[in-house]
Design a protein around this ligand. Structure first.
Ligand code: ATP
Ligand code: MG
Length: 284
């Protein structure tokens, strides 16, 4: 059985569980246990703190894991990123007090920077030839400058709200991060390898579908060419007859990012009764 390390609670938990559910993986209903098998797929979930996930995969306690790229790089375990998952997006950034004028990276020379990510920060500073003092703290990093513990911080930023409420400003983005699926170079037996391949295949289908919508609409036959010109579709749109001979029904898949532009264009050329549906999986 393929063992997947996932965060037991926290920011990654909900979307990890949603992804696995969308991939058709149902869990045996057991509460508050560390190891939970699936009832319809040869996998079991190992629930851990996110800090421990890279290590669990590197040592073989788990076969694969789902964790933030920031934790993977900080722990520098021997693991491979198998796939970016597109959720829990954030960034690791340098931030300084709001009223301080920032002159560029050299500003950090001789300064004290508080962080929970000393490895990523020291790699970055070394690469940029900046000589700063790294002060490691495990939580509430953003309050460090305010209480005189450091001159700057290096921490996770998403909306930036925490920085603002602590009178800080983001001055350098060092690492964009998101949840990733990790594995190791360790050999997997046939059953595990098959389960992993099937899981990767299903994640691909779920992720492809996430950015697409299925649209269908009624179109007067006289306007069909104009409608088809707006709808490229995956191959070509489906055109079906309707009871009224002068009309037809057109079905297509479109990119979510073009959704409203396409809908307005379709309406303008005469499409009616436009329905937009979510797609759960899409196999190309
Ligand atoms: P644990 O108790 O498992 O150690 P934690 O408190 O260390 O959890 P969380 O706050 O749950 O960690 O964050 C987990 C991961 O989610 C982070 O490592 C990061 O990749 C991502 N993350 C953190 N903050 C945000 C945010 N504000 N928005 C989006 N993603 C975030
Ligand atoms: Mg943690």
């Amino acid at each position: 059985m393929l063992r997947i390390a996932v965060q037991s609670k926290g920011r990654l938990y909900d979307e990890t569980m949603e992804l696995l559910k969308a991939a058709g993986i149902k869990l045996v209903a057991v509460k508050r246990t560390l190891l939970v098998p699936s009832r319809n797929f040869p996998v079991e979930l190992l629930f851990l703190r996110d800090d421990d996930i890279p290590d669990s995969v590197a040592t073989g306690t788990a076969d694969i894991g789902i964790v933030g790229l920031n934790e993977v790089l900080e722990k520098h375990q021997e693991v491979n990123v198998l796939r970016h998952l597109g959720f829990s997006k954030c960034r690791l950034s340098l931030a300084i007090p709001k009223e301080t004028s920032y002159t560029g990276l050299e500003w950090f020379n001789g300064k004290k920077i508080a962080t929970s990510y000393p490895k990523i920060l020291s790699d970055f500073l070394k690469e940029k030839h900046i000589d700063a003092d790294i002060h490691v703290i495990s939580g509430s990093v953003e309050i460090a400058p305010g209480i005189g513990l450091s001159d700057a911080i290096f921490d996770i930023v998403s909306s930036g709200g925490t920085l603002v409420s602590n009178n800080l400003k983001e001055v350098e983005v060092v690492l964009p991060s998101e949840a990733v699926l990790i594995g190791s170079d360790r050999e997997l037996d046939d059953d595990k390898r098959n389960a992993l391949n099937e899981l990767l295949f299903r994640i691909e289908a779920v992720k492809t579908a996430e950015t697409k919508k299925y649209v269908l609409m009624n179109v007067p036959k006289s306007k069909l060419q104009a409608v088809l010109a707006i709808l490229p579709g995956i191959k070509s749109p489906t055109v079906l007859p309707l009871a009224d001979d002068n009309w037809c029904s057109v079905h297509s898949v479109i990119d979510e990012k073009n959704l409203w532009t396409s809908i307005n264009a379709l309406k303008a050329v005469g499409a009616e009764g436009i329905l937009v549906l979510n797609i759960e999986e899409m196999v190309l």
